[in-house]
Design a protein around this ligand. Sequence first.
Ligand code: OAD
Length: 245
Amino acid sequence: MISEQLIDILKNAKRVAVLTGAGVSAESGVPTFRGTDGLWKRFSPEELASFDAFMRNPELVWEWYQYRRSLIYDIKPNTGHYALAEMEDLFDDFILITQNVDGLHQVAGSKKIIELHGNIRRNKCSKCGEYYAEEIPVDKKEVPKCRCGGLIRPDVVWFGEMLPEDAINKAFYAARNSDLFFSVGTSGFVHPAAQLPITAKESKAYVVEINPDKTAITPYLDELLKGPSGKILPEIVKLLKLNNA
Ligand code: OAD
């Protein structure tokens, strides 16, 4: 249920920022990290998602990312992704900040997007850092090599690694300067991303969470719209279009 206060804020909001997490892709069939069937319940991040792990056992880490790619390549965006893509044109200033590496926001048509944790569809060299443009089939088991001889890795942020500086700076700028901020489908456990809704709140934005459950940051935000993002985001878009009509 969208509150009267939020309806009013939606009508007048000029600068809007949205942070998304794995929950946005859940309705497309992409597993989350911390849910009952989440990836970190079944797999160990220490063995699979750090640079040390990759150096210790590149084949295993590569295989895991190939497995995750196989999960997402046939998957379609859901109504939540499409609603966010539409929201771009419904505000004067809009930015989507995502922690997701699945690239589904772009498939849905989002263009104003900041990727905080990289993108699993891209690869780069673990030695020289150059992007690896060649298409790699998901069933390729051997770790490809760069021209420089370095091993190719997915262009995602691993535990212990810094987030891309430009992305995090732009994301905090958006959080500090938004008048309406949405935190959608994220558990609020992983920093610095989890700090963005808090920063927005401290900077006087109205901060709305969209999630079927309470999260680590719910107590610090203004309003929780309890439910799946694939249902709630299209309702928000519908409201906005009614206002603009
Ligand atoms: P989590 O798995 O920690 O949290 C997913 C959130 O989505 C939970 O709060 C769920 O309640 C919520 N959720 C589930 N279904 C939903 C739905 N249909 N609609 C809306 N919300 C739903 O995922 P993240 O918060 O994205 O980092 O995790 C943050 C980071 O931790 C990831 O980017 C990844 C991981 O380690 C890296 O790999 C660097």
